[in-house]
Design a protein around this ligand. Structure first.
Ligand SMILES: *[C@@H]1O[C@H](CO)[C@@H](O)[C@H](O)[C@H]1NC(C)=O
Ligand SMILES: *[C@@H]1O[C@H](CO)[C@@H](O)[C@H](O)[C@H]1NC(C)=O
Ligand SMILES: *[C@@H]1O[C@H](CO)[C@@H](O)[C@H](O)[C@H]1NC(C)=O
Ligand SMILES: *[C@@H]1O[C@H](CO)[C@@H](O)[C@H](O)[C@H]1NC(C)=O
Ligand SMILES: [Fe+2]
Length: 451
């Protein structure tokens, strides 16, 4: 019998309860989530099982445009890694991954996971991967993603999640982007909080790619839980997938890791500026394809700009909107400006704030600026969307003296929806779970490349 998931000291108390039913639930594939990979037309499926079992991923194409397709279920075996989730007691879990390759854009894929004791529910995802949107700027196939940061379990996270999930299913979003601070924390209660979170999001993450970047709450043990549980695309500079980029139709999305610049993270490579050099190369390359793919959107956990009343609030908050932002502006702002990044989003502040196009702390005029529209912006538009639902709650009061570049702020829990319609039109809206409605919108329209 497999009992090594329990600390040996608890064994005498637990053994009598280890009946067959308990075994079956320990063998359940759980925390199922999918993500795009660094390769074209692939989907990675990740899940956990608390017993060491051999798992098969059964899958088949369905709803394809061409009915001569072979619709029979086939299977592949997963790879698994034994992981001790526990900080204080041993909690061994077996994290499985399997990658489906050569996916077809015109099909959906059904799949389920089976081991010799247990079988998961069946899930379905779209065979469209980032490359599938490459008829650049076809409004019939817009890129639609959900974006937010700072989402955990508990009543706040759950509130947002109820809406997010309904949206993800009914409105055909292509991906979810979670900009760090995940579960509060993945390692808490010997990893139980991470398990609970991944089970909470399973109804979305098992059917829509759940793409992440790390926040400060992932910092424990050099982001061990983050690296074990999320499997983001890798690149030759960062084999851990802690920063990466994706070309999706007319947009280039960059996921950065601001946490490596803080002392608590012991970056395993030569120097912190590895990422910065990677970013410059990545954006230079993106700019070489700017006509086909005009939009560049960068996300991190820590912001470069946020409004804050320095004299009203705690030292910690002052640092977040003060020293920290100045540090990151120094590192990144000129790169964003020179490389013509259209939009920058971050979390960390548990709030939603939409700013105008900014450079060096000043608003930069566009060809036309309305309250909810910029035509041909001349600098990066900055946003904070960090109110997914932290367990800590609202801890970022809105500024009573917002900066001139602040255009809208809100403290409601919720998330953003971005639609890149085509090469010229990008639309963003903020959905408030608290008010059950869209509370802010933004059109970015580009008729030419400024930068
Ligand atoms: C979230 O809330 C719903 C409805 O109140 C409840 O049924 C569900 O169990 C909660 N889920 C979590 C993960 O807390
Ligand atoms: C979502 O996709 C399905 C299958 O392609 C389609 O039938 C449905 O109309 C789409 N729903 C929306 C809201 O676009
Ligand atoms: C940025 O601009 C605001 C006015 O909007 C000003 O109060 C503030 O001191 C400036 N900060 C820096 C770092 O220059
Ligand atoms: C791009 O999308 C916008 C918004 O849907 C639409 O108004 C515009 O006509 C589209 N442009 C092209 C060239 O399809
Ligand atoms: Fe944070």
């Amino acid at each position: 019998m497999e009992i090594n998931f329990l600390s040996k000291m608890f064994l005498p108390f637990i053994l009598p309860f280890l009946v067959a039913g308990a075994q079956a639930s320990l063998a359940n594939p759980e925390q199922i989530h999918i993500s795009w990979t660094e390769n074209e037309h692939e989907m990675k499926i990740t899940w956990s099982v608390f017993l060491e079992t051999e798992c098969k991923l059964w899958y088949r194409p369905t709803l394809c445009s061409d009915t001569s397709t072979d619709f029979a279920f086939k299977h592949i075996k997963s790879q698994h890694t034994k992981f001790d989730e526990g900080t204080w007691v041993n909690r061994f879990v077996f994290i499985h991954t399997a990658v489906l390759t050569n996916l077809r854009d015109d099909c959906f894929y059904e799949y389920y996971i089976e081991n010799h004791i247990s079988t998961s529910d069946t899930y379905i995802f779209s065979g469209q991967t980032p490359q599938s949107f490459d008829n650049y700027g076809n409004s019939n196939n817009p890129v639609k993603v959900i974006i937010f940061g700072d989402l955990g379990t508990g009543p706040h996270g759950n509130l947002t999640y109820q809406y997010l999930q309904a949206d993800a299913v009914s409105r055909n979003f292509s991906a979810v982007f979670h900009m760090g601070d995940i579960a509060y924390n993945l390692e808490s209660n010997d990893g139980e909080v991470g398990d609970e979170f991944l089970n909470m999001i399973q109804s979305t993450a098992a059917i829509i790619p759940y793409m992440t970047l790390p926040g400060n709450h992932e910092n424990d043990q050099n982001m061990l839980h983050y690296r074990m549980r999320f499997n983001m695309p890798k690149n030759n500079i960062d084999p851990d997938g802690l920063f990466y980029s994706l070309n999706i139709g007319p947009a280039h999305f960059v996921f950065l890791n601001t946490e490596i610049y803080f002392d608590y993270y012991n970056y395993p490579y030569d120097e912190e500026d590895y990422q910065r050099l990677w970013l410059i190369n990545d954006l230079t390359d993106a700019n070489a394809h700017r006509n086909e793919r005009p939009w560049i959107i960068v996300m991190t956990h820590h912001p470069l700009y946020c409004s804050y009343d320095f004299f009203r609030h705690s030292v910690e908050r002052n640092i977040v909107c003060g020293a920290d932002t100045w540090f990151f502006r120094d590192k990144f702002e000129d790169i964003f400006y020179e490389q013509g990044v259209d939009m920058f989003l971050a979390g960390h502040l548990h709030t939603y704030e939409r700013m105008g196009p900014i450079y060096k702390n000043n608003t930069v005029k566009s060809e036309r600026d309305d309250l909810n529209l910029h035509l041909n912006p001349q600098a990066t538009v900055y946003m904070i969307d960090g109110n997914g639902g932290s367990v800590i709650g609202h801890n970022a009061e809105l500024s009573t003296t917002p900066h001139l570049w602040n255009l809208y702020s809100s403290n409601d829990f919720g998330y953003g929806r971005m639609t890149v319609f085509n090469k010229t039109h990008l639309f963003f809206e903020q959905f408030s779970a608290a008010q059950e409605k869209v509370t802010d919108t933004l059109w970015l329209i580009k008729t030419r490349n400024r930068f």
